[in-house]
Design a protein around this ligand. Structure first.
Ligand code: PLP
Length: 395
């Protein structure tokens, strides 16, 4: 009898990140001898700091090669708690910190632990595609909350006021924001906190880009009265310390939830690699000049990118306040964001991401990462500009 593999219904709900697919196509083109400028990437192009690499090597030599505590080593949880307390002016106890292999598992585990089938979860739109994917995976309904260009890519509070209700279980915030680079203004967070404090909703505040900001430092909703007990902060080392491949992140959450997350870690990965936790401790406690230099460099690139994009006919780009993404409006070009991203890759040799891959409100925009050298940014801008100028009449 022929065997037919029957998959569980829940995996049909899983979405993906377009960035990985675009990267595969770009690599195919490169294998055919085409040269591609990579502006689709969601990771710093800088090496991990030398002191952090050295700490990992030393930890391996010292034998930090065994299972560790599921919630993370006490020293690292303590260092995270201290940093977050200082940054936000709220007391954080190490028991409220959970360390995971990357920050993504915090998102997954918090949704598993808090959200029931049939619940509603507010997600940013455009937004990191994994939010909607995870919400659907647990049988809940994602409710898109627009980040609007005319609001400088802050959240649409009126939409939240309209939609918040008994079924709203979780509100996901992301500031600085992927894909727009927007930062939710402090006044908006305060107003939202006043709205949420009288509801049963919790908040997941994805602050993975919190250290990558170029204007006013971003605030966290946890700083407002009544918020800490209902908020999970998601953060990590991937973006701040250019450590995407190390896989280490953390969450700050009420300790009753932290206990359940530790169980989810035991049931999935057992723990985060011990020597990597030692390196992460060095990242937090050691020399902070490598991340500072990286931010200064991103700030220069942001200017080159945004000014260059605004010189291209049909492109209009706001100045992003954080992360390393520009999100130009391309509606005047007359193509969908998917069509434009495709021709830019295939015909101009520039890899970008369609805004539509981040939600319906991303249509009309493309995401362009400036985590690449100024030389490559200038090369990409030139290529996009000449593609647009030579195709404009025929579009
Ligand atoms: N949250 C957002 C908004 C992101 O853009 C990313 C990575 O791209 C993550 C979370 C995941 O971070 P990590 O690589 O530490 O799992």
């Amino acid at each position: 009898m022929k065997f037919t593999l029957k998959l569980a219904e829940r995996v049909s709900q899983l979405g993906t990140e377009e960035a990985f697919e675009v990267l595969v196509r770009a690599r195919q083109l490169e294998a055919q001898g085409k040269e591609v400028v990579h502006l689709e990437i969601g990771e710093p192009d800088f090496p991990s700091p030398v002191n952090v690499v050295e700490a990992a090597v030393q930890a391996l030599r010292e034998g930090w090669t065994r299972y560790g505590p599921p919630a993370g080593y006490p020293e690292l949880r303590e260092a995270v708690a201290q940093n977050v307390s200082q940054e936000h002016g709220v007391a954080v106890d190490p028991s409220e910190v959970i360390v995971t292999p990357g920050a993504k598992p915090i998102l997954f585990f918090v949704i598993l632990a808090l959200v029931e089938p049939g619940d509603e979860v507010f997600i940013p739109d455009p937004g990191f595609p994994i939010y909607a994917s995870m919400v659907r995976f647990v049988g809940a309904t994602p409710v898109p909350i627009p980040h609007r260009e005319e609001l400088d890519f802050g959240i649409d509070l009126d939409e939240i006021k309209k939609r918040i209700g008994r079924k709203t279980r979780l509100i996901i915030l992301n500031s600085p924001h992927n894909p727009t680079g927007g930062v939710i203004p402090r006044a908006q967070l305060k107003e939202l906190s006043e709205l949420v404090v009288n509801s049963p909703a919790c908040i997941l505040s994805d602050e993975i880009y919190s250290q990558l900001s170029y204007d006013t430092p971003p605030s966290s909703i946890t700083e407002f009265p009544g918020m800490k007990e209902r908020t999970v902060i998601l953060n990590g080392f991937s973006k701040t310390y250019a450590m995407t491949g190390w896989r280490i992140g953390y969450g700050i959450m009420p300790s009753a939830l932290a206990k359940k997350l530790a169980l989810l870690v035991i049931n999935s990965s057992s723990c985060t690699a011990s020597f990597i936790q030692r390196a992460a401790l060095e990242a937090l406690r050691g020399d902070q000049s490598p991340p500072r230099k990286m931010v200064a460099e991103f700030k220069k690139r942001r200017k080159v990118m945004v000014e260059g994009l605004n010189r291209i006919p049909g492109f209009h780009c706001r100045m992003p306040h954080g992360a390393f993404y520009a999100f130009p409006n391309i509606t005047e070009i007359g193509l969908t964001s998917q069509q434009l991203a495709e021709v830019l890759l295939e015909e101009a040799g520039v890899a970008t991401l369609a805004g539509s891959g981040f939600g319906d409100h991303g249509e009309g925009f493309i995401r362009i990462s400036y985590a690449n050298s100024i030389e490559n940014i200038q090369k990409a801008l030139k290529r996009i500009d000449s593609w647009v100028r030579s195709n404009k009449k025929t579009l």
